[in-house]
Write a protein that binds this ligand. Structure first.
Ligand code: HAM
Length: 410
């Protein structure tokens, strides 16, 4: 028997109903904040992803050559594609641009619970706004999105300037390695690396910084910073918005394009892979041939949100099954069409067996059965059987539709 590729999943209808429901909630919230949906290709030129992160990232991607010899990659994330699109198509649009996307990404990772090779992100990018208020908007929208999707979570907000001030003077590659250790919370690895570089003095200061929970403590460690005022303003907006969050200068983020505020959100009831959202302030447009454009955004790990929601009752909706005699067939088709027109999910019996047999099959999944025999055909009526109560009425078509659509979904 053939199987799906490692790290991918199939979704049956019940699960897809749940996913579409949550996706709908997220779209609705994003729209109420003024964000509009965009879509980019599933694959891109490989260079789009290596230009900032270097060739190392190739190991974590699905990379291939097409028949024309072009080096392409399945997108591992959607921020770089969206910024490429902005440079190609959106430069002249009035800024700031508020865009969102919901799409799948591909990463060549070791699969485990909550970590897949194909996964979905719901993300937003706020392009062309450079202020504490813009950063606060992105964080508050993230909070609203996740709250509406029905999970419990905690928000951690940090700023890369804080860590960078301690790393000033180190070469960029060293800084990058150190951020990788911090991102993976690998304190042992970090200490060993710093020791090997003769910079074990940094170990204690970095650990102390990561543990700071107030701006005063942080600035005592880092000394005064050029963007101190901006950082203070951001946290003051978050405080006056009543956001519950943890100030966490230890957040390093795995991706290379962040420049300032960074934030991560963790779901409370997931195991090791509990980060359901990551984002921050970044600059990418200038790397793709555009002007320096301050931007800010985040992506929700949609699959992890679905796991964090746990088992949910089925998405409600009324189901109607239509049983009919051979002579009633054409009227049954007309009746089914009218029910569908009214937005009711209507399934025609396809078995051609007796009415009794059709009814027992319909009763397995439907809330109502419509029974159409020769009498109903002649009178242009419908027998509506409520499968929950067993009650039954012969009604005109319009009344039948009203009866069913007025009932409470199970
Ligand atoms: P990221 O942190 O790499 O950020 O991914 C965002 C979220 O996607 C993660 O927090 C996680 O929930 C989910 N995720 C990542 N890898 C996997 C996986 N293998 N399986 C399941 N879920 C996964 C970004 O991608 C940035 N583009 C976010 C951003 C947008 N920054 C600015 N704008």
């Amino acid at each position: 028997m053939l199987q799906k590729p490692r790290g991918t999943r199939d979704f049956l209808p019940d699960e897809m109903d749940q996913r579409r429901e949550v996706e709908g909630i997220m779209r609705r919230i994003a729209r109420t904040w003024g964000y509009r949906e965009v879509c980019t290709p599933e694959f891109e030129e490989l260079e789009l992803f290596t230009i900032r992160s270097g060739e190392g990232i190739i190991q974590e991607m699905y990379v291939f050559e097409d028949k024309g010899g072009r080096k392409l990659a399945l997108r591992p994330e959607i921020t770089a594609p969206v910024l490429r699109m902005y440079v190609n198509e959106g430069k002249t649009l009035p800024k700031p641009l508020r865009w969102f996307y919901f799409a799948d990404c591909f990463r060549y990772e070791r699969p485990q619970k909550g970590r897949y090779r194909q996964f979905w992100q719901f993300g937003i990018e706020l392009i062309g706004a450079d202020s504490a208020l813009a950063e606060a908007e992105v964080i508050l929208l993230a909070r609203d999105l996740l709250a509406a999707s029905g999970i419990s979570f905690s928000i951690h907000v940090g700023h890369l300037s804080l860590m960078r001030s301690l790393l000033a003077g180190l070469d960029p590659d060293d800084q990058k390695k150190i951020r990788m250790f911090l991102d993976k919370k690998d304190t042992g690895g970090l200490a060993a690396y710093l020791l090997s570089q003769g910079r074990d003095d940094l170990s204690a200061r970095l650990t102390a910084l990561a543990e700071c929970r107030s701006l005063d403590d942080i600035f005592a460690l880092t000394g005064d910073l050029p963007d101190r005022h901006r950082i203070e303003e951001l946290f003051s907006i978050l405080d006056s918005s009543g956001l519950e969050y943890t100030l966490n200068p230890g957040i390093a983020r795995g991706l290379d394009y962040y420049t300032g505020m960074v934030f991560e959100i963790f779901a409370e009831n997931l195991g090791a892979e509990n980060q359901v959202l990551g984002g921050g302030t970044y600059r990418l447009a200038h790397l793709f041939g555009g002007e320096e454009t301050p931007s800010c955004g985040f992506a929700v790990g949609f699959d992890r949100v679905m796991v964090a929601r746990g088992e949910q009752p089925p998405v409600p909706g009324i189901v109607v099954g239509v049983a009919f005699t051979p002579g009633g067939r054409d009227w049954a088709l007309t009746v089914a069409a009218a029910f569908r027109e009214a937005g009711i999910r209507t399934e025609l019996s396809l078995s051609g067996k007796s009415i009794g047999n059709q009814l027992s099959q319909i009763a397995r999944s439907a809330d109502f059965a419509l029974i159409i025999g020769d009498r109903e055909r002649d009178q242009r009526q419908v027998t509506v059987k409520n499968l929950r109560t067993g009650g039954q009425d012969v009604l005109a078509l319009a009344e039948a539709i009203q009866e069913v659509s007025g009932s409470e979904p199970r």
